[in-house]
Design a protein. Structure first.
Length: 375
């Protein structure tokens, strides 16, 4: 099974739930690397999801998982599948934003030979591939309006018609959809069909961002530390108290995936197996918690400037010290937002160039832009 559960088979006891980690097989190359690969039920708001999941899983009700990029939506979907009567059937995950508008219909519903240029043979779509199991449609909000109509019909009729065919094919598929946008607002803006919206959210499962379930941060960090430590056959890998504090204080705009990357990087850069805040290099400028990751300069592996010469760290430290002394509210969040806005304007709204300038991935940038109301 692609989703594993640490400890015994997740007995219905709160103490067990507090330590339970859902994780994807890290060696499964069929699972895209951009997926969040672990989800922990430690924070009370995460544990509150379990009764909802366990009640919804045995039914065939359509589930809509809602949450930011990197929060573990697919893991929760796989967990619903694993607890259902369909667990012996396939779990098929499809990213609706990964295909062009001209190809998504054939990918979802299949096509017959000669249906379009390049269709040299008949091919089943993802709905047919998931027969007897569960189809997970990620980023459902990216589905074109024309395809939304056809998806609604498939859900209503429980049958699919391949592109270029007339004969319907019966389906026995449970649908779980996921989105990182507000579909209700998309409906109001005319970008998403209202009837499909209500069809999808029979059982909505909201996944909070990592910054709103902070009791999950350190258990997840230790899980990733164990994962990457075992790969390295490291004799000792541990987080210093300062590193734990930095992890807990950071805002995690990239959520679980960003946390995994930070721990992976830290296992490669730390000294003597002890991870310090500088090893984590959190934030677009290495901001760790509310302060600067200046320890790398002290180690002599900073950006190649002569000792004592004025550089980026000194300039930032001077500005930050002044701002801290002035006592501004929500200083870190406001600083990050201002930096992202400036970079975005400087690069004329080009996401790739903005992300490169800030030293973050495009997905993390998009999360920032959405949080700041810029997308």
């Amino acid at each position: 099974m692609a989703v594993s559960r640490k400890r015994e088979e997740m007995e219905r006891k709160p103490l067990d739930l507090a330590r339970t980690v859902l994780s994807l097989d890290p060696d499964d190359t069929a699972i895209p690397a951009i997926r969040a690969r672990a989800f922990v039920f430690s924070d009370p708001r995460s544990r509150a999801l379990v009764p909802l999941v366990e009640r919804a899983a045995p039914s065939d009700a359509t589930v809509l998982v809602i949450g930011e990029t990197g929060t573990g939506k697919e893991l929760v979907a796989r967990y619903v599948h694993a607890l259902s009567d369909r667990s012996k059937g396939p779990f098929v995950a499809v990213n609706c934003g990964a295909f062009s508008e001209t190809m998504i219909e054939a990918e979802l519903f299949g096509h017959e030979r000669g249906a379009f240029t390049g269709a040299t043979e008949s091919r089943a779509g993802w709905f047919e591939a998931a027969n007897g199991g569960t189809l997970f449609l990620d980023e459902i909000g990216d589905l074109p309006l024309g395809l939304q109509v056809k998806l609604l019909r498939v859900l209503q009729e429980r049958e699919v018609v391949r592109v270029g065919a007339r004969k319907p094919i019966p389906l026995d598929v449970r649908l779980i959809a996921a989105t990182n946008i507000d579909l209700a607002k998309a409906v109001s803006a005319g970008r998403f069909r209202e009837d499909l919206f209500y069809r999808l959210q029979v059982v909505p499962i909201p996944i909070l961002p990592l910054r709103e379930r902070r009791a999950d941060i350190l258990p997840l960090a230790r899980h990733f530390l164990e994962l990457y430590g075992s790969r390295m056959s490291a004799a000792r890998l541990d987080l210093s108290p300062a590193a734990e504090e930095a992890l807990f204080a950071y805002g995690w705009p990239g959520n679980i995936r960003e946390l995994e990357n930070a721990i992976h990087r830290a296992t490669l850069t730390c000294h003597d197996g002890l991870i310090e805040p500088a090893d984590l290099a959190l934030g677009p400028l290495g901001l760790t918690g509310g302060g600067l990751a200046a320890a790398s300069v002290g180690r002599g592996d900073g950006p190649g400037e002569a000792a004592g010469a004025p550089g980026l760290e000194e300039e930032l430290a001077a500005v930050m010290n002044r701002l801290l002394a002035e006592g501004h509210d929500a200083l870190l969040d406001r600083t990050v937002e201002h930096l992202v806005r400036l970079a975005y304007q400087r690069h004329n709204g080009n996401q790739i160039r903005t992300a490169a300038a800030l030293g973050i991935t495009r997905n993390v940038l998009r999360t920032y832009l959405k949080n700041f109301g810029m997308l």
